[in-house]
Write a protein that binds this ligand. Structure first.
Ligand SMILES: Nc1ncnc2c1ncn2[C@@H]1O[C@H](COP(=O)(O)OP(=O)(O)OP(=O)(O)O)[C@@H](O)[C@H]1O
Ligand SMILES: [Mg+2]
Length: 477
């Protein structure tokens, strides 16, 4: 077992043990109160035959009064909330109640002994001994409580015996002391055993919790690994096919263009060829996204000022979002240049804009934020340590449920209608970011909007002075 080595801090365990001990004392309290009352009543009945009614029943009233006070205390503890039960007043009050109860029995001796015959004194001594033994069993979980009862109930009787000045009295006093010492020792052992058991229980339950958390974490890591392997295989397959297909499409495109030139503008076949050419171009765009997802597109990374880049496509973004969605752009004044392919980044931002727009069909707002960031707790774990520029795109749209979020980067996964979404937008953005030496992270909550963070490596050199080229093509839809 490893929990002993990496267990919780000692004072925390100590606090829990103390709380468990106090709660155990209060759990046993009704039994102690019932035994106290019944035994005191029986004792008073027996003693009134030997010492008259007034003193035994006066003493009984004292016992009942203290018992009633402890009952009120027990009721208050029962009604206390878990955090109120942590208050250090409870063990003090329990100990105080126990002390008073013990004193009732202990002072019964000095009150009753002078008027009791020897038989009555013996009877009272035996009853007090029994009460002390019973108290060890019911209150042993909390040492101060049990010691308070033991000493206050027995010491006055022992002193009384010693004060008689006879050999028998001294022997009885000594016997009471030995008996109490034995009980106190048993109480200490019993208490230690209970404390150890409680400590083990607490540590075991914590070890169990840690184990469950580790199992859950391992399962999540395995699932993520399986997903990554699956994507890797799909990426390799797609990349190979897309590459060959791209070559075929280039031939198709070239031949269609040549055919159009040869048959002349007025030929009846021109519309047919133009339709074929458009379809081939759409196929080319699809292949391009597949290559981006498979991280096999040709990139031209250069130092780019992302504030300028976003400003350059702001109009396009506004037109994409429409009238019902507001746009806010915020950029760090000291934003470092990023080393990326500007055209592909524009396409990625437009893709994310379209996703956000689709998630805000009833209107909303989109915020694009640009800032410098270092790898750390907040960064995607797959990033190499270093400095990055983060493009955050946040919308106030529908957000994603857990299943959608888990599958969002899967190629061809879409929740959109057939023909509207191809499920290649996010995989393409992710492929592009990874190929650029960055990463993507999504935070989303159903009904709470979505934030996509694009982490791109900072460039060491300043950005080019020439204006950043704007994405040649408008958004896919
Ligand atoms: N901002 C967003 N808010 C809510 N859900 C989103 C958001 N972005 C993506 N999604 C969910 O993730 C799915 C996958 O997105 P992705 O961009 O890969 O494909 P798509 O938008 O469905 O199709 P495509 O982008 O190829 O046209 C979406 O269908 C949608 O369910
Ligand atoms: Mg999309």
């Amino acid at each position: 077992m490893v929990f002993g080595l990496t267990g919780p801090p000692a004072d925390e365990v100590f606090r829990e043990i103390r709380a468990a001990q106090v709660s155990s004392v209060f759990r046993q309290m009704p039994i102690a109160l019932a035994v106290n009352t019944v035994n005191a009543a029986l004792t008073a009945i027996v003693l009134q035959r030997l010492a008259g009614v007034i003193l035994p029943f006066g003493w009984l009233c004292g016992v009942v009064l203290v018992t009633a006070g402890r009952l009120v205390l027990w009721l208050r503890y029962r009604r206390a909330s878990p955090s109120e039960k942590d208050d250090p007043q409870w063990p003090l009050l329990a100990t105080g109640g126990s002390l008073l109860a013990g004193l009732c029995w202990g002072l019964g001796g000095p009150v009753l002994f002078p008027i009791l015959p020897v038989l009555g004194q013996m009877f009272l001594t035996i009853v007090i001994g029994g009460m002390c033994t019973g108290a060890v069993v019911t209150s042993a979980s909390h040492l101060p409580t049990i010691l308070a009862f033991l000493l206050s109930a027995s010491l006055p009787v022992a002193i009384l015996f010693f004060c008689q000045g006879t050999l028998t009295g001294s022997a009885l006093g000594a016997m009471v002391l030995v008996f109490v010492a034995a009980l106190a020792l048993a109480a200490v052992h019993f208490n230690r055993f209970l404390a150890d058991t409680t400590r083990l229980r607490i540590e075991l339950s914590r070890a169990n919790l840690r184990l469950q958390a580790e199992i859950a974490e391992r399962q999540a890591t395995e699932a993520a690994l399986r997903q990554a392997q699956k994507l890797e295989v799909i990426g390799q397959l797609t990349g190979g096919i897309a590459h060959d297909f791209n070559n075929l499409l280039t031939i198709v495109n070239g031949n269609l263009t040549l055919a159009m030139e040869r048959i002349g503008e007025n030929s009846a076949g021109v519309p047919l060829l133009r339709g074929a050419l458009q379809a081939a171009e759409r196929g080319g765009a699809l292949i391009h996204r597949l290559l981006a997802f498979a991280r096999k597109q040709r990139l031209d990374p250069k130092p780019v000022n992302l504030s300028h880049l976003v400003a350059g496509i702001e109009d396009l973004i506004r037109r994409t979002l429409g009238d019902r969605i507001g746009l806010a752009i915020a950029s760090d004044p000291d934003l470092s240049p990023a080393r990326v392919d500007a055209n592909q980044l524009e396409l990625a931002i437009l893709n994310l804009t379209i996703n956000a727009r689709d998630a805000m069909s009833g209107g909303g707002s989109l915020r694009i934020e640009l800032q410098n960031s270092r790898t750390g707790d907040r960064s995607p774990p797959e990033l190499s340590p270093g400095d990055y520029v983060v493009v955050s795109i946040s919308d106030t749209g529908t957000g994603m449920d857990e299943e959608t979020l888990a599958r969002a980067f899967e190629p061809f996964f879409t929740t959109k209608e057939l023909g509207i979404g191809s499920g290649l937008g996010l995989p393409m953005v992710q492929g592009f970011a990874a190929q650029s030496g960055g990463a993507v992270r999504i935070r989303s909550e159903l009904g709470g909007g979505t934030t996509v963070e694009l982490w791109l490596p900072q460039a060491d050199e300043p950005p080019l002075k020439t204006p950043v080229p704007s994405a040649a093509c408008s958004p896919s839809r």
